[in-house]
Design a protein around this ligand. Structure first.
Ligand code: AMP
Length: 420
């Protein structure tokens, strides 16, 4: 064992389990690719100010959870705690929004870093697949994203998740609500830090999980009673569109999220088998974010789904993804000449698109067949000295155990035909 360990709050993805993570990423990405979203990749770190302004100075993410560092050149950077602000920064920087084709629809996949207290489902390094639709105010776009996330989870076989939906209003109605909520919160028996939060960002107090706080919030004013007509109509249309698509959701009038930039549509996907870290994904509309980071007005909507927690949700539902074995053919040479011949055949098979692997390290027959078994290959090719003299190789069907001798020159054609 090395004297080093993975840093606290992180873990390594190792084969064979890592195949499941790749499959989850792919399952989330597939509906997006199918719906006009193009792939985007941004750096793992950004100017710290992008997050301070974009995510919000008063959020836990910015005040407590960012990995901030200063470069030798004196730049203050942060490992990205989320990717919406970076994506918007990249789109603005490249002027994609000016190409006359709004919304700009993009998806990403990558690591996020938050200095949180680690527990099951909550890590300091985790992975998200996300989607952003930038530059259009249209309830159908909000609906599209919710429907696509639902579709990804269903395609994975997940059933025990719920979609919570709320509207956070806009710059017309939210301030009125904010003031009413603040008045209400000032009358409660809250600790100093929570009172301070109530002054800076009262909506976040609604998210407080402590039972004594929740009890006091029972009669808190709700945003839905303060929504302006435009927000009400917008929200109603989102609800109608996702209902028509057969997506089941729950109205959650107290749903707020940990980032300041959300407006109007807000949603979270929660899974009931995950305990306290139950959110598997979430997102919403962020009409003001572009202006907050120095861009023009670009109403937008997006989500991020957590890959780590989606894998935990699969485990919780006892779902094993049907991941085909990576290797179809495993070659076992016995002796030096056999090694040269089979190595060339494996290379040829690979060039022809057949997934093939090879017994390395001069193993004997028994150890090599064990390796063939472990590889999950459907066929083994065994080439011994007697075969060599006869110009044949033994082709073993690892499922039926049946073994046939075929000509060395027929290997590629025979395997191609057998594997279809
Ligand atoms: P957020 O960016 O906070 O809206 O989170 C979106 C999704 O990312 C959540 O629903 C989780 O699935 C996942 N996520 C957020 N924080 C963590 C974390 N610390 N560890 C693992 N997954 C996380």
């Amino acid at each position: 064992m090395s004297t080093f360990k993975a840093p606290k709050g992180t873990y390594d993805l190792l084969p064979p389990a890592s195949a499941e993570y790749l499959a989850v990423r792919e399952a989330i990405a597939a509906p997006l690719r199918n719906s006009g979203y193009g792939y985007i990749e941004t750096p793992g770190f950004e100017n710290v100010e992008l997050f301070a302004r974009g995510v919000g100075e008063s959020t836990d993410i910015v005040t407590k959870e960012m990995y901030v560092f200063e470069t030798k050149g004196g730049d203050r950077l942060a490992l990205r705690p989320e990717t919406t602000a970076p994506v918007l920064r990249a789109v603005l920087e490249a002027n994609l929004h000016k190409a006359g084709n709004l919304p700009v629809k993009v998806w990403y996949s990558g690591s996020q870093y938050r200095y949180e207290r680690p527990q099951k489902g909550r890590y300091r390094h985790f992975s998200q697949v996300g989607a952003e639709a930038i530059g259009a105010e249209d309830p159908a776009l909000d609906a599209e994203l919710i429907i696509l996330a639902d579709q990804s989870y269903r395609a994975l076989g997940l059933r025990n998740f719920r979609i919570l939906l709320n509207s956070l209003g806009d710059k017309e109605c939210r301030p009125v609500y904010r003031a009413a909520l603040q008045d209400f919160l000032r009358g409660l028996d809250l600790d100093e830090e929570t009172l301070r939060r109530a002054e800076i960002n009262p909506l976040r107090v609604l998210d407080d999980k402590r039972p004594d706080v929740q009890k006091q919030l029972a009669d808190a004013p709700l945003l839905r009673d303060y929504l302006c007509d435009a927000c009400k109509t917008y929200h109603e249309e989102v609800r109608e569109l996702i209902t028509a698509a057969g997506v089941v959701f729950e109205d959650d009038p107290k749903l707020v999220r940990g980032l300041d930039y959300y407006t109007r549509t807000t949603f979270e996907f929660v899974h009931d088998g995950l305990g306290s870290q139950s959110a598997v994904g979430g997102g919403g509309r962020y009409d003001g974010l572009s202006e907050m980071i120095g861009g023009p007005s670009l109403p937008s909507v997006g989500w991020a789904l957590g890959v780590d927690r989606t894998v935990l949700a699969l485990e919780a539902e006892g779902i094993r993804l049907d991941i085909p074995s990576a290797t179809s053919v495993f070659a076992v040479p016995l002796g030096e000449e056999a090694r040269r011949i089979l190595f060339a055949k494996v290379t040829e098979l690979r060039k022809n698109g057949v997934a093939a692997d090879f017994s390395y390290g001069g193993k004997g027959l028994k150890a090599a067949m064990k390796a063939a078994n472990r590889s999950g290959a459907r066929y083994a090719l065994v080439l011994g000295e007697r075969d060599l003299a006869e110009g044949v190789v033994q082709l073993k069907d690892m499922e039926s155990g049946e073994q046939t001798a075929i000509g060395v020159n027929e290997i590629v054609a025979e395997l191609e035909s057998r594997l279809g």
